[in-house]
Design a binder for this molecule. Structure first.
Ligand code: DGY
Length: 324
């Protein structure tokens, strides 16, 4: 009998072909993993799971006694209860190194769209409101030569800094757990304490991973510190921001606007007040979603899974202590 694997919300399922000789692959898409009976049944025998944003919590781990590896098809792994996985001998892997440029393109794209009001003015044209010369009501704000504050100067933060410095002559401030000397040298990024960054930036771009320390990292106090003309950009995870505080800041015009790729609840609910602001650009967590990059991520995720299931050390092991 073949060993069993689960693929969960794994879009490029043809990438799984090379597993099919050795393993039985059960595919689940858009189900509720804590209630779906077929999924719960599949967990009983599954030795590996590959997929996107599956909440791997205590309940799931208890239902999956044979599980050896969860291969996340993303670089973020806030969906994995890593300590508990390690205790139970379950490896966790992710897909860094292949999506940084693509994600930086998307996040810089929504920054530009917000500053230059591209989505708003696209609607202005399509809805027949472009009737004469543009007035100040349609004017936007410059991006070039402004100050960009990046919170979280990891690989994606650095790729955003590169675009900002080399393409747009921006001044860059950054805040990070550790100094990033490469970004300082290459992109003239200046290390800053959080409050100075918030006060001085024209664009505040949040790129930090979601951890216990970064949950609700940006809230009322932080929005109050930002310039009234600031644009807030979130390319990290929705839970790094207090969404209610963001909504208040927008209502009270404490900031100029926002560009968001991530939300506390995804997909965002249609009654979320964020959807009512014309000065908020919203995209559906598109950071890495290009054909080229999603393929590379899927291949890496499958490689990691295969390594973990065949007694090798996966290249992108998040919890190496599990091997001790
Ligand atoms: C990532 O890789 O973490 C992206 O946000 C896609 O989930």
């Amino acid at each position: 009998m073949k060993r069993k694997i689960i693929a969960y919300n794994f879009e490029l399922t043809e990438t799984l072909e090379k597993l099919k000789n050795q393993f039985e692959v059960e595919i689940f898409d858009s189900i509720n993993p804590s209630t779906d009976p077929a999924f719960i049944e599949a967990l009983k025998d599954a030795e590996g799971i590959v997929g996107l944003a599956l909440p791997v919590n205590q309940e799931l781990l208890e239902r999956a006694p044979k599980l050896k590896i969860v291969s996340n098809n993303s670089t973020g792994y806030n969906n994995l209860l890593i300590n508990e996985m390690t205790k139970r001998g379950v490896m966790g892997t992710n897909t860094p190194g292949v999506l940084e440029d693509t994600t930086a393109d998307a996040i810089f794209g929504i920054l530009l769209a917000s500053a230059r009001r591209i989505t708003e003015l696209d609607y202005f044209v399509k809805s027949g409101n472009w009737k004469g010369h543009l007035t100040t009501a349609e004017y936007a704000i410059d991006v070039h030569h402004k100050t960009l504050g990046i919170i979280g100067m990891g690989k994606i933060g650095s790729a955003i800094a590169k675009r900002a410095h080399l393409g747009f002559d921006m001044n860059i401030l950054y805040h990070n757990r550790n100094r990033n000397l490469e970004a300082e040298g290459k992109y003239n990024a200046a290390y800053s304490d959080l409050d100075t960054l918030l006060k001085e930036s024209d664009f505040v771009c949040l790129m930090t991973p979601l951890t216990q320390e970064t949950e609700n990292f940006i809230g009322k106090r932080e929005f109050e510190l930002m310039k009234k003309s600031a644009i807030f950009v979130n390319g990290s995870r929705g839970k790094t921001v207090n969404e209610a505080a963001l909504i208040e800041a927008l209502k009270n015009k404490e900031i100029q606007g926002a560009a968001l790729d991530v939300y506390q609840i995804e997909p965002i609910k249609m009654d979320n007040p964020l959807l009512q602001f014309p000065n908020v650009v919203t995209t559906p967590h598109i950071g890495s979603s290009t054909y080229e990059t999603e393929r590379k991520m899927a291949e890496l995720a499958v490689e990691n899974l295969l390594a973990g299931l065949t007694g090798k050390r996966p290249n992108n092991l998040i919890n190496p202590e599990v091997l001790n």
